[in-house]
Design a protein around this ligand. Structure first.
Ligand SMILES: *[C@@H]1O[C@H](CO)[C@@H](O)[C@H](O)[C@H]1NC(C)=O
Ligand SMILES: *[C@@H]1O[C@H](CO)[C@@H](O)[C@H](O)[C@H]1NC(C)=O
Ligand SMILES: *[C@@H]1O[C@H](CO)[C@@H](O)[C@H](O)[C@H]1NC(C)=O
Length: 475
């Protein structure tokens, strides 16, 4: 990471892996997983890796309690589903702040921001949150002031980068999207009036995913054969250009000094041909190095405030945006680092004290026939209820043969159901083995022991009710 830190310092500060100047590097901590690490294990992992700030998507008690007296700065989140009630009722906003901010602040949780909504203006939401986001933001701000936290805790609203655009592709032609321009200006003015930051999520990966002609090297930080020329400025990476497109949009409308937080940025490791360990490592290391220089972007030199997306993989995220959605972590779901990242030669520090289920796997029975008519339905069922996003073209398990595919699906379902014997039957096509079917790239994972071990029984009950019913309908 740049030349700022000598190797001795790097050795001495071995724990401070994700070093960045000024206010440090942050990470998003999502919890949409079937087998979550316990919050105290995650907090220790954050500290071991020098991550000084976290962004949450809600305000769960277990998470916030684990952050008490840790000096880790926290952005709590309000899910989009709560926006309507918070927009229409000042009382609801006050009780949200009272329950989810005030109590924790006085208990030693260093809450700095409340994220009101999460990318509420995404086009896929079809305008559902256009009416409620701004009033909810206003009500939460009033509630914070009323609670005496107006200076200490700031509101913000994490937005997707398509709320602004540049018709020419040059950052200096940037402005807010025409259909929501008035709303954006009202929100920006409000943030400015309250000394609050603009939060934006920037994803070069998504540009590559959605546009086959997007120049791959422009997504990274190592230079490009197709830079964007903007007057006398040359942009060599998409991050800088995108950031400065926002800055121009703000500047043009009179808010050129508004602080900007990068609420999410990262690269997934699986589930798509461009989602792999090599690209993710290259992107995230490039990003950290870029940040650690402190040089900023052409339009705004200086430190950049960044929350990486994401800390750990989440196997229950919706895959509607794409199969890569469950693979954004710099750590796997169990807190094992995926690749080398940071200044220290030893890299990221894995989660400590994680307990695993037994070393056994559910696989396709060697004696069974892959042509068996029940195979397809069993695999569909397993994949619909577990996670098969590592199967597919150019994914980590994309090179398995037909039997390997079936085994992968069966095993994932079996592990997700905490190795319950009944979850490794599949019409007598499956069997349990002690031999790890993984190879160097394709992981047949074993789940971890969780505090709420019984939670997955729901899934099993569903198996017993739905499978027979499902098979009946095929007769
Ligand atoms: C506090 O946050 C939690 C978790 O996001 C949410 O379920 C709850 O409704 C909130 N409490 C209030 C009083 O709004
Ligand atoms: C989107 O909103 C329009 C207008 O409110 C509605 O007619 C349409 O059904 C919605 N589509 C979806 C996918 O929600
Ligand atoms: C394995 O599964 C993947 C994903 O469903 C599929 O694309 C691939 O063709 C399968 N391979 C074989 C050999 O059946």
């Amino acid at each position: 990471m740049g030349g700022r830190y000598c190797c001795w310092c790097a050795v001495l500060l071995g724990w401070l892996l994700l070093v960045a100047p000024a206010n440090g590097i942050g990470a998003n901590w999502g919890t949409q997983t079937s087998h979550p690490l316990s919050p105290s294990v995650v907090v220790q992992m954050l500290r071991d890796n020098g991550i000084q700030k976290v962004k949450l998507f809600d305000a769960e008690d277990a998470t916030l309690s684990a952050l008490r007296k840790t000096r880790i700065q926290v952005m709590v989140g309000i899910p989009n589903e709560l926006l309507a009630s918070l927009a229409s009722s000042m009382k609801a906003a006050e009780s949200w702040v009272s329950k989810n901010v005030s109590g924790y602040v006085s208990d030693g949780v260093d809450i700095r921001y409340v994220a009101v909504g999460n990318e509420p203006f995404l086009k896929t939401y079809n305008g559902s949150f256009l009416q409620t986001t701004f009033p909810a933001l206003q009500n939460i701000q009033s509630a914070l002031i009323k609670a005496g936290l107006g200076n200490q805790v700031k509101v913000t609203c994490p937005l997707n980068a398509d709320v602004y655009q540049s018709p020419s592709g040059k950052p200096s032609d940037g402005d807010f999207r025409t259909d929501i321009r008035d709303l954006m200006l009202a929100i920006v003015k409000f943030l400015n009036d309250n000394a609050s930051p603009f939060t934006v999520n920037i994803y070069p990966f998504i540009s590559l995913y959605t546009d086959a002609s997007f120049p791959v090297d422009y997504a990274f930080f190592d230079g490009t054969t197709t830079p964007v020329l903007d007057g006398s400025t040359t942009y060599n990476n998409m991050f800088d250009a995108n950031h400065d497109t926002l800055l121009w949009a703000l500047k043009k409308n009179g808010f050129g000094n508004l602080p900007i937080i990068i609420g999410e940025i990262g690269w997934p490791t699986d589930g798509d041909m461009n989602a792999n360990i090599q690209y993710a490592q290259k992107f995230n290391q490039g990003l950290l190095t870029h940040i650690s220089t402190g040089q900023g972007t052409p339009m705004r030199p200086g430190p950049i405030d960044v929350y990486m997306f994401s800390l750990i993989d989440e196997d229950e995220k919706s895959i509607q945006p794409g199969n890569f959605e469950r693979h954004w972590g710099i750590f796997y779901f169990d807190g094992v680092p995926k690749y080398h990242l940071g200044a220290s030669s030893s890299g990221l520090v894995r989660a400590k004290g994680v307990q695993y289920l037994e070393k056994k796997w559910c696989v396709f029975k060697p004696s069974a026939n892959v042509e068996d008519s029940k195979v397809a339905d069993s695999v569909s069922y397993a994949c619909a209820n577990a996670d098969c996003t590592s199967l597919g073209y150019k994914t980590s398990c994309g090179d398995l043969d037909a039997m390997g595919n079936v085994s992968y699906a069966f095993n994932n379902y079996y592990q997700k159901n905490d190795q319950d014997d009944r979850a490794c039957d599949f019409n007598n096509l499956a069997t349990i083995t002690n031999k790890n079917p993984s190879d160097t790239v394709c992981r047949f994972q074993i789940m971890i022991l969780t505090e709420s071990g019984g939670a997955n029984l729901r899934g099993l009950v569903a198996l017993y009710i739905i499978v027979p019913f499902y098979l009946l309908t095929l007769l």
